[in-house]
Design a protein. Sequence first.
Length: 141
Amino acid sequence: MLNYIPIIFRCEFGLQNGFGHLMRCVALAEGFQKYPQIKTFLITNSFRKKFTNFFKGSGIEVISLSQKTSGLGFDLGDYTDHPYESIMLFDNYDVTEEEMTEYKKKYPNLVAIDDFADRCFNIDIIINQNIQAEKLHSRFF
């Protein structure tokens, strides 16, 4: 039995694109780290050495994908010893409805950060931080 809950953030980022996704994930991760029973991770293709100090300061452990992968197109069990206890939180526009469905067949806990409401979601929780969020109507299945 684990003595912590793993929360894994999935996003891609760089200095030109996706930096807002990363900052949203880091802000949430830092909030979760106030609780000793939670440990936070980031799983990404985007890790670069220039971000090393940033992640050390944020307290997030970075897991680099072994091959270029978009969305949820990887097996979480290849990257963590406790995939069934993990909560996956993604902030990626390239996660498809099909990937969400396949992921949920294997692993039970899936959360999305979304600000477009442009696709159907197969998730447990959706987070939309935009000021106009109540005007968007996310679809679920």
